[in-house]
Design a protein around this ligand. Sequence first.
Ligand code: G6P
Ligand code: MN
Length: 448
Amino acid sequence: MKLTILGGGGFRVPLVYGALLADHAEGRVTAVTLYDTDSNRLTAIARVLADQAEGVPDAPAVLATTELDEALRGADFIFSAIRVGGLEGRAADERVALDEGVLGQETVGAGGIAYGLRTVPVAVDLARHIARLAPHAWVINFTNPAGLVTEAMSRYLGDRVIGICDSPVGLGRRIARTLGVDPERARIDYAGLNHLGWVRGLHVDGRDELPRLLADPHLLGSFEEGKLFGTDWLQSLGAIPNEYLHYYYFNREAVRAYQDAEQTRGAFLRDQQEGFYARMKDPAAPAFPAWDRTRAEREATYMSENREVAGVGERDESDLESGGYEQVALALMRAVARDERTSLILNVRNRTTLSVFDADAVVEVPCLVDANGARPVSVDPLPYHAVGLVTAVKAVERGVLDAAASGSRATAVQAFALHPLVDSVSVARRLVDGYTEVHPGLAYLKRP
Ligand code: G6P
Ligand code: MN
């Protein structure tokens, strides 16, 4: 089986390769093609993978290329994990927003819209190429903002594109551990959009264990989300939100903390990764240890401003080991390739799952996966407060998709202005001006 990774020079590719190396079963991936527009990054990552493969007799063969057509032909699975504009672009997304007093996070609020506007045209172009050159391939989209980008690609690839995120899995696992139940046996009732969902139940042998957690302030305050949101707020919501909802529920504090930070997340990662890729130019430098050190530092500082706002302190040991991102991808691939039926929380077209959305809206919900792909299972309706947020954000996403298709500035302004975390139409106008000034990738927004 051939797996192609778009964004193959990306920093998290060794996580995926590490998971593949541990898979020795029939029907596993035997060839990995890394595609990237930057050959230096490809060389660096290929070195890390070579270190990882050492001593593993059946390690998947690795080929690196900057030729898209070559990468796509014959692929059974395609992972799309690109970063349009690089981390420099991410840092600019943050800066422009924070200067306007609004959030610049890469997937939430103004920053997410800017990143979406830059990424959608590129993702659509890739989807078109895939539809032509690898029409039978399954596409797993990691590219953020993952829900929006998956929806953009689904217009060309239908249900052959599936979006993934590790945050619902991580959340479910933390809740299960806190309750002392085996995460493998728990069925998690989660629904929403990517980075905008809630766990409403955790069922083991037909019994919902979540009420037991919500009723116990000691247990509730003992894990990441309990500390981040505070036990009172979780009890009042009656659900456990995805960590990204911290940007909504504590928006003012989060924006202030990000403004006060010495460096934004994007700028920190830009510098950190620049250092890593530069070190890899020295052929004598050990690749895997340098990569792993950089990865560990990235994990340890994840969402540190939000945790600071809430007084959370260090991340739990078990959250630092990763194991989310690559495991979801591998589990999904296995279920499809070997027809091993499993249940995963994924980003797929809604069909009739959540009645507030149309059939083509990509939502993040539990799905049954097998050789036919991923089908959402039926879930309870969302409460009004959640409906309010997810429908407002879906309207914003549709604005981004329309602006990307038409090149209309007015539509882009509308997308920003309708976002619950952008507090004025004037701010939205200035954001579009500010972003088009710094991003060459937004030059297409030239129609009024
Ligand atoms: C979580 C999110 C991903 C994000 C990742 C890394 O896993 O679900 O969407 O890409 O964190 O975040 P970072 O800030 O380190 O780039
Ligand atoms: Mn994610």
